[in-house]
Design a protein around this ligand. Structure first.
Ligand code: ATP
Length: 247
């Protein structure tokens, strides 16, 4: 397994599956998607799990150039379809009128890809999305050169909390006015502290500002951020932060 240059083979994906990931995320369709991505040169090797979440697993991938990638694989069976349907229905970018679970998850993953792309184009620090296909999203790996992923803000306090807070609020403002999105699940769990740079992640549920629930989600994001930064000694009021974002 030292030879990281070898092409991703069926055997190799399976060996990863057996070792550390658990076979449930690699159904036949997912394997097919991964092979396709490997054959198109997006991915060379899958190299273990970064995170096992409720709806998705994030794995570390390696490109044939040797650089690391983050590969987010949504599981079809454990997805919250009601939520997905609700969020997608109000989004004018998607004409998905399906109750077909797999199609819904595929749209959800494409939504995350597009949200990340829009955010990146608006100058917000997010992982650069590389490609999404079916239930797999490949994006920039956020972490060090040795392949250690950056910790979430919840697990690593910033050295300069005021500055980090400013940076997050600025991102929220740009997200609102330039990307015209509301994150919708922002907290210290979905911000990576990458050497003091605040990187916003997990944008599948992010909605366009025209979405009927965007304001409600924005209010919640503000509350969560204030609460998390309070633990680092930053005090700010809801109204003040809201004014900064909308004002
Ligand atoms: P959960 O179900 O736990 O809320 P999720 O399935 O919504 O998670 P994310 O929040 O996008 O998935 O990612 C899960 C974890 O994977 C993150 O907390 C982070 O530790 C890691 N991670 C995600 N994206 C990246 C990335 N681009 N680079 C490095 N690590 C990442």
């Amino acid at each position: 397994d030292r030879d990281l240059r070898k092409m991703l083979s069926e055997k190799r994906i399976k060996s990863v599956e057996d070792r550390s990931v658990g076979s449930e995320i690699f159904d036949q369709q997912t394997l097919k998607t991964l092979y396709k991505m490997a054959n198109s040169g997006y991915l060379n090797i899958l190299n273990g799990a970064i995170s096992t979440g409720k709806e998705a697993n994030v794995l570390k991938g390696i490109h044939e150039d040797g650089h690391f990638l983050a590969v987010k694989i949504y599981r079809i069976n454990t997805s919250d379809f009601k939520k997905m349907q609700y969020y997608i229905q109000g989004d004018p970018r998607f004409k998905v009128r399906t109750t077909h679970k797999r199609q819904l998850v595929y749209a959800w993953v494409n939504k995350e890809y597009r949200n990340l792309k829009r955010s990146l184009e608006a100058g917000i620090v997010v992982p650069k999305p590389i490609i999404s296909q079916n239930n797999v999203l490949i994006m920039e790996f956020i972490g060090d050169d040795d392949g250690n992923p950056a910790p979430i803000l919840r697990n690593k306090a910033p050295e300069n909390p005021e500055k980090a807070f400013e940076s997050v609020v600025t991102s929220m403002k740009k997200l609102y006015h330039e990307a015209k999105l509301v994150h919708g699940d922002l907290s210290g769990f979905n911000i990576l502290n990458n050497n003091e740079e605040m990187v916003i992640i997990d944008m599948s549920q992010s909605v366009v500002v025209d979405h009927p629930i965007s304001r409600e989600l924005l209010e919640r994001d503000i509350d969560n951020i204030i609460l998390d930064f309070k633990k680092f000694g930053v005090s700010a009021s809801h109204e003040e932060v809201k004014q900064k974002i909308l004002g």
